[in-house]
Ligand binder design. Structure first.
Ligand SMILES: *Cc1c(COP(=O)(O)O)cnc(C)c1O
Length: 227
């Protein structure tokens, strides 16, 4: 069986290859290691192999890990799960990033509750396939939410995030990802703080990188399957 360090290396190599294939600059894609359901010891292994960005989906689990690993001060913690308004304070107090802003109320609460002196980095989640089982704004709702967040002093609008339908065909994946790239480029033209397009997971990160993703969120590819 491969170790976490070995799997991390091959994910990094694959990102590098896709970046070259897309004729994009090296280091233009950041790797977020999604450690949900995995023990703190797995995060430490990835950390020791050089990984610094970690993503968690569940508030309580994430906060416990952040507190357990407090001494690894250069870890950047990303919240990537659905966020209910009664959990915003814990997120505002503990995380560096939130990828899943999908309504004004959540953004407002995070802004009001952020007590750490650094602003919270946020991405707006877009439901790019109009999937009724997924959260996220439509492309029509996006401009108003972005404008509101831009005016919040304790939040920094960093970009967009999406979880597309589990398309089987690469051509279908590309269609969704390219729509996201268009929205991302429009947003970037309006707001100079925007530099992040969070899309692509273990199964579709190569295609996402071809379509301008700047941050891939990889769980299984690094930590193995979650049962
Ligand atoms: C679990 C999860 C991932 C990672 O998925 P893998 O297929 O294990 O790479 C990425 N993004 C989000 C939002 C997730 O919930």
């Amino acid at each position: 069986m491969e170790t976490i360090a070995e799997r991390l290396k091959s994910v990094q190599a694959s990102i590098k290859q896709s970046t070259l294939d897309a004729h994009r600059p090296l280091n233009s894609v950041r790797l977020l290691a999604v450690s949900k359901t995995k023990p703190v010891s797995d995060i430490v292994q990835a950390y020791e192999a050089g990984q610094r960005l970690f993503g968690e989906n569940y508030v309580q689990e994430g906060v416990e890990k952040i507190q357990a690993l407090e001494k690894l001060a250069d870890i950047e913690w990303h919240f990537i799960g659905p966020l209910q308004s009664n959990k915003t304070r814990l997120v505002a107090d503990n995380f560096d990033w939130v990828h899943t802003i999908d309504r004004l109320k959540i953004a407002q609460r995070l802004n009001d509750q952020r007590s750490i002196y650094r602003p919270l980095n946020v991405c707006i989640q877009v439901n790019i396939d109009g999937d009724e089982n997924k959260s996220g704004v439509t492309s029509n709702e996006l401009p108003e939410l972005a404008k509101a967040i831009e005016q919040m002093p304790n939040l920094v609008l960093r970009g967009l995030m999406t979880i597309p339908r589990a398309h089987q065909l690469k051509s279908e994946q590309k269609l969704s990802f390219n729509k996201m790239a268009d929205l991302y480029n429009q947003l970037k033209n309006l707001y100079p703080s925007v530099n992040t397009l969070s899309m692509g997971m273990s199964g579709d990160m190569q295609t996402a990188i071809l379509c301008e993703s700047t941050m891939v969120r990889v769980g299984t590819g690094i930590f193995g399957s979650r049962i």
